[in-house]
Unconditional design. Structure first.
Length: 265
Protein backbone atom coordinates (compact mmCIF):
# COMPACT_ATOMS: atom_id res chain seq x y z
CA UNK A 1 0.00 0.00 0.00
CA UNK A 2 1.13 3.53 -0.74
CA UNK A 3 0.96 6.41 1.73
CA UNK A 4 -0.38 9.92 1.29
CA UNK A 5 -1.49 12.79 3.49
CA UNK A 6 -4.16 15.44 3.09
CA UNK A 7 -3.40 19.15 3.06
CA UNK A 8 -6.43 19.57 5.32
CA UNK A 9 -4.03 19.44 8.28
CA UNK A 10 -1.84 22.21 6.96
CA UNK A 11 -2.18 25.98 6.67
CA UNK A 12 -2.55 27.15 3.07
CA UNK A 13 1.11 26.49 2.26
CA UNK A 14 2.70 27.19 -1.11
CA UNK A 15 2.85 24.07 -3.25
CA UNK A 16 6.63 23.79 -3.06
CA UNK A 17 6.40 23.47 0.72
CA UNK A 18 3.68 20.81 0.49
CA UNK A 19 5.85 18.85 -1.96
CA UNK A 20 8.87 19.20 0.31
CA UNK A 21 6.93 17.92 3.35
CA UNK A 22 5.82 14.86 1.41
CA UNK A 23 9.27 14.08 0.04
CA UNK A 24 11.16 14.67 3.29
CA UNK A 25 8.77 12.53 5.33
CA UNK A 26 8.55 9.58 2.97
CA UNK A 27 5.02 9.95 1.57
CA UNK A 28 4.20 8.90 -1.96
CA UNK A 29 1.25 11.22 -2.58
CA UNK A 30 -0.89 14.12 -1.42
CA UNK A 31 -4.64 14.71 -1.26
CA UNK A 32 -5.12 18.39 -2.15
CA UNK A 33 -7.89 20.30 -0.41
CA UNK A 34 -9.44 22.40 -3.17
CA UNK A 35 -11.05 25.59 -1.95
CA UNK A 36 -10.63 29.26 -2.77
CA UNK A 37 -8.22 29.96 0.10
CA UNK A 38 -5.88 27.14 -0.98
CA UNK A 39 -3.12 27.41 -3.59
CA UNK A 40 -4.94 24.79 -5.70
CA UNK A 41 -8.59 25.39 -6.63
CA UNK A 42 -10.82 25.26 -9.72
CA UNK A 43 -10.10 28.93 -10.52
CA UNK A 44 -6.50 28.22 -11.56
CA UNK A 45 -5.74 28.91 -15.20
CA UNK A 46 -3.96 26.46 -17.51
CA UNK A 47 -0.47 27.83 -16.82
CA UNK A 48 -0.99 27.71 -13.06
CA UNK A 49 -2.22 24.12 -13.28
CA UNK A 50 0.81 23.16 -15.35
CA UNK A 51 3.15 24.66 -12.75
CA UNK A 52 1.50 22.60 -9.98
CA UNK A 53 1.95 19.44 -12.05
CA UNK A 54 5.62 20.26 -12.65
CA UNK A 55 6.31 20.88 -8.95
CA UNK A 56 4.88 17.53 -7.88
CA UNK A 57 6.40 15.62 -10.78
CA UNK A 58 9.88 17.00 -10.14
CA UNK A 59 9.82 15.40 -6.68
CA UNK A 60 8.13 12.17 -7.78
CA UNK A 61 5.07 12.88 -5.60
CA UNK A 62 1.61 11.84 -6.82
CA UNK A 63 -1.35 14.20 -6.69
CA UNK A 64 -3.83 11.61 -5.46
CA UNK A 65 -7.07 13.56 -5.13
CA UNK A 66 -8.77 16.90 -5.51
CA UNK A 67 -10.74 17.07 -2.26
CA UNK A 68 -13.85 19.01 -3.23
CA UNK A 69 -16.74 20.01 -0.98
CA UNK A 70 -19.75 19.29 -3.19
CA UNK A 71 -22.59 17.62 -1.28
CA UNK A 72 -24.33 15.28 -3.65
CA UNK A 73 -27.24 14.35 -1.34
CA UNK A 74 -28.02 17.90 -0.22
CA UNK A 75 -31.33 19.72 -0.72
CA UNK A 76 -31.59 22.03 -3.72
CA UNK A 77 -31.26 22.08 -7.46
CA UNK A 78 -28.99 19.65 -9.24
CA UNK A 79 -27.32 22.24 -11.46
CA UNK A 80 -24.97 23.95 -8.98
CA UNK A 81 -23.92 20.60 -7.49
CA UNK A 82 -23.15 19.11 -10.89
CA UNK A 83 -21.23 22.21 -11.95
CA UNK A 84 -19.13 22.09 -8.77
CA UNK A 85 -18.28 18.41 -9.23
CA UNK A 86 -17.50 18.79 -12.92
CA UNK A 87 -15.18 21.73 -12.24
CA UNK A 88 -13.33 19.61 -9.67
CA UNK A 89 -13.13 16.75 -12.19
CA UNK A 90 -11.59 19.07 -14.77
CA UNK A 91 -9.07 20.32 -12.21
CA UNK A 92 -8.17 16.77 -11.19
CA UNK A 93 -7.72 15.72 -14.81
CA UNK A 94 -5.47 18.69 -15.56
CA UNK A 95 -3.36 17.91 -12.47
CA UNK A 96 -3.11 14.19 -13.25
CA UNK A 97 -5.04 13.25 -10.09
CA UNK A 98 -6.98 9.99 -10.11
CA UNK A 99 -9.84 11.09 -7.87
CA UNK A 100 -12.26 13.80 -6.80
CA UNK A 101 -13.67 13.62 -3.27
CA UNK A 102 -17.33 14.55 -2.64
CA UNK A 103 -19.50 14.42 0.48
CA UNK A 104 -23.05 13.11 0.92
CA UNK A 105 -24.47 16.07 2.88
CA UNK A 106 -27.99 14.68 3.16
CA UNK A 107 -28.64 16.40 6.48
CA UNK A 108 -32.05 15.59 7.90
CA UNK A 109 -33.55 14.40 4.63
CA UNK A 110 -35.30 11.02 4.70
CA UNK A 111 -32.85 8.30 3.73
CA UNK A 112 -34.64 7.39 0.51
CA UNK A 113 -34.73 11.03 -0.63
CA UNK A 114 -31.06 11.62 0.17
CA UNK A 115 -30.11 8.39 -1.59
CA UNK A 116 -32.10 9.35 -4.68
CA UNK A 117 -30.43 12.78 -4.92
CA UNK A 118 -26.95 11.28 -4.57
CA UNK A 119 -27.66 8.51 -7.06
CA UNK A 120 -29.04 10.90 -9.67
CA UNK A 121 -26.24 13.42 -9.38
CA UNK A 122 -23.42 10.89 -9.29
CA UNK A 123 -24.87 9.11 -12.33
CA UNK A 124 -25.09 12.46 -14.12
CA UNK A 125 -21.40 13.32 -13.58
CA UNK A 126 -20.10 9.82 -14.33
CA UNK A 127 -19.82 10.27 -18.14
CA UNK A 128 -17.83 13.50 -17.75
CA UNK A 129 -15.54 11.82 -15.19
CA UNK A 130 -15.04 8.92 -17.57
CA UNK A 131 -14.14 11.28 -20.42
CA UNK A 132 -11.55 13.01 -18.22
CA UNK A 133 -10.09 9.79 -16.76
CA UNK A 134 -11.08 10.63 -13.17
CA UNK A 135 -13.17 8.79 -10.57
CA UNK A 136 -15.58 10.68 -8.31
CA UNK A 137 -15.44 9.19 -4.81
CA UNK A 138 -18.22 9.52 -2.24
CA UNK A 139 -16.75 9.64 1.27
CA UNK A 140 -18.24 7.80 4.23
CA UNK A 141 -19.33 10.94 6.04
CA UNK A 142 -22.24 12.80 7.70
CA UNK A 143 -25.61 11.45 6.44
CA UNK A 144 -23.96 8.37 4.87
CA UNK A 145 -21.47 7.52 7.55
CA UNK A 146 -21.20 3.74 7.21
CA UNK A 147 -19.83 1.63 4.40
CA UNK A 148 -23.29 0.13 4.01
CA UNK A 149 -24.77 3.62 3.50
CA UNK A 150 -22.33 4.54 0.74
CA UNK A 151 -22.48 1.10 -0.88
CA UNK A 152 -26.26 1.40 -1.09
CA UNK A 153 -25.91 4.57 -3.18
CA UNK A 154 -23.02 3.35 -5.33
CA UNK A 155 -24.71 0.06 -6.06
CA UNK A 156 -27.66 1.97 -7.46
CA UNK A 157 -25.40 4.21 -9.57
CA UNK A 158 -23.56 1.22 -10.99
CA UNK A 159 -20.79 3.12 -12.81
CA UNK A 160 -17.04 2.53 -12.46
CA UNK A 161 -16.30 6.27 -12.59
CA UNK A 162 -18.08 6.65 -9.25
CA UNK A 163 -16.60 5.03 -6.16
CA UNK A 164 -15.93 5.38 -2.43
CA UNK A 165 -13.50 6.77 0.10
CA UNK A 166 -13.47 4.82 3.34
CA UNK A 167 -12.98 7.31 6.19
CA UNK A 168 -12.21 5.03 9.12
CA UNK A 169 -13.42 7.53 11.72
CA UNK A 170 -16.92 7.83 10.31
CA UNK A 171 -17.49 4.11 9.83
CA UNK A 172 -16.31 3.57 13.41
CA UNK A 173 -18.65 6.28 14.68
CA UNK A 174 -21.44 4.49 12.82
CA UNK A 175 -20.69 1.34 14.83
CA UNK A 176 -19.42 -0.56 11.81
CA UNK A 177 -16.41 -2.85 12.18
CA UNK A 178 -13.64 -2.90 9.55
CA UNK A 179 -14.48 -6.52 8.82
CA UNK A 180 -17.94 -5.33 7.73
CA UNK A 181 -16.94 -2.07 6.04
CA UNK A 182 -14.43 -3.57 3.65
CA UNK A 183 -16.74 -6.14 2.03
CA UNK A 184 -19.41 -3.45 1.61
CA UNK A 185 -17.05 -0.99 -0.08
CA UNK A 186 -14.63 -3.36 -1.83
CA UNK A 187 -16.37 -3.20 -5.24
CA UNK A 188 -16.16 0.60 -5.18
CA UNK A 189 -13.13 1.44 -3.06
CA UNK A 190 -10.83 4.19 -4.30
CA UNK A 191 -8.71 4.62 -1.17
CA UNK A 192 -8.79 4.69 2.63
CA UNK A 193 -8.52 7.75 4.87
CA UNK A 194 -6.84 7.06 8.20
CA UNK A 195 -6.82 9.28 11.28
CA UNK A 196 -7.04 8.98 15.06
CA UNK A 197 -9.17 10.49 17.83
CA UNK A 198 -9.55 9.84 21.56
CA UNK A 199 -13.25 8.88 21.56
CA UNK A 200 -16.59 9.49 19.90
CA UNK A 201 -17.03 12.53 22.16
CA UNK A 202 -13.48 13.90 21.86
CA UNK A 203 -12.61 14.17 18.17
CA UNK A 204 -9.59 16.46 18.29
CA UNK A 205 -7.12 14.85 15.88
CA UNK A 206 -4.29 12.86 17.42
CA UNK A 207 -1.07 11.37 16.14
CA UNK A 208 -1.71 8.01 14.53
CA UNK A 209 -1.76 5.22 17.11
CA UNK A 210 -2.52 7.57 20.02
CA UNK A 211 -6.29 7.24 19.92
CA UNK A 212 -9.17 4.78 19.76
CA UNK A 213 -9.70 4.20 16.05
CA UNK A 214 -9.19 0.63 14.75
CA UNK A 215 -6.25 1.36 12.48
CA UNK A 216 -4.51 -1.98 13.04
CA UNK A 217 -7.72 -3.89 12.39
CA UNK A 218 -8.42 -1.85 9.26
CA UNK A 219 -4.99 -2.50 7.80
CA UNK A 220 -5.19 -6.16 8.74
CA UNK A 221 -8.52 -6.49 6.89
CA UNK A 222 -7.08 -4.73 3.83
CA UNK A 223 -3.92 -6.83 3.87
CA UNK A 224 -5.85 -10.07 4.27
CA UNK A 225 -7.88 -9.12 1.20
CA UNK A 226 -4.63 -8.30 -0.67
CA UNK A 227 -5.92 -4.79 -1.32
CA UNK A 228 -3.08 -2.70 -2.71
CA UNK A 229 -4.29 0.88 -2.74
CA UNK A 230 -3.62 4.15 -0.95
CA UNK A 231 -3.78 5.02 2.74
CA UNK A 232 -4.22 8.76 3.17
CA UNK A 233 -3.78 10.45 6.56
CA UNK A 234 -6.39 13.17 7.06
CA UNK A 235 -5.61 15.32 10.11
CA UNK A 236 -8.36 17.85 10.79
CA UNK A 237 -6.20 20.56 12.32
CA UNK A 238 -8.07 23.27 10.42
CA UNK A 239 -11.15 22.96 12.68
CA UNK A 240 -9.22 22.04 15.82
CA UNK A 241 -6.69 24.81 16.53
CA UNK A 242 -5.73 23.16 19.83
CA UNK A 243 -4.38 20.08 18.01
CA UNK A 244 -0.65 19.56 17.54
CA UNK A 245 0.90 20.99 14.40
CA UNK A 246 0.68 18.46 11.60
CA UNK A 247 4.12 18.78 9.95
CA UNK A 248 5.86 17.64 13.13
CA UNK A 249 3.77 14.45 13.19
CA UNK A 250 4.28 13.37 9.59
CA UNK A 251 7.40 11.25 9.99
CA UNK A 252 6.13 9.37 13.05
CA UNK A 253 2.77 8.85 11.35
CA UNK A 254 4.42 7.30 8.30
CA UNK A 255 6.50 5.06 10.56
CA UNK A 256 3.37 3.95 12.44
CA UNK A 257 1.55 3.02 9.25
CA UNK A 258 4.63 1.21 7.93
CA UNK A 259 4.80 -0.78 11.17
CA UNK A 260 1.14 -1.76 10.94
CA UNK A 261 1.61 -2.79 7.32
CA UNK A 262 4.63 -4.90 8.25
CA UNK A 263 2.81 -6.58 11.12
CA UNK A 264 -0.17 -7.41 8.93
CA UNK A 265 1.90 -8.84 6.07
Amino acid sequence: MRLAFSTLGLPALPIDQVVRLAAENGYHGVELRASDEEPVHPGLDADERARVVEQFASAGITILTVAAYARVAARGEDGPVLAEVEAAVDLAADLGASYVRVFPGGGDLPVAEADALAERRLAAVAPHATDRGVRVLLETHDSHRSGADVARVLGAVGHHAVGAIWDVMHTWLAGEQPSSTYPALAPYLGYVQVKDIASAEERTPLALGKGALPLAETIEVLSRAEWDGWLCWEYEKRWNPQAEEFPGLLEAGREHLARLLSESA
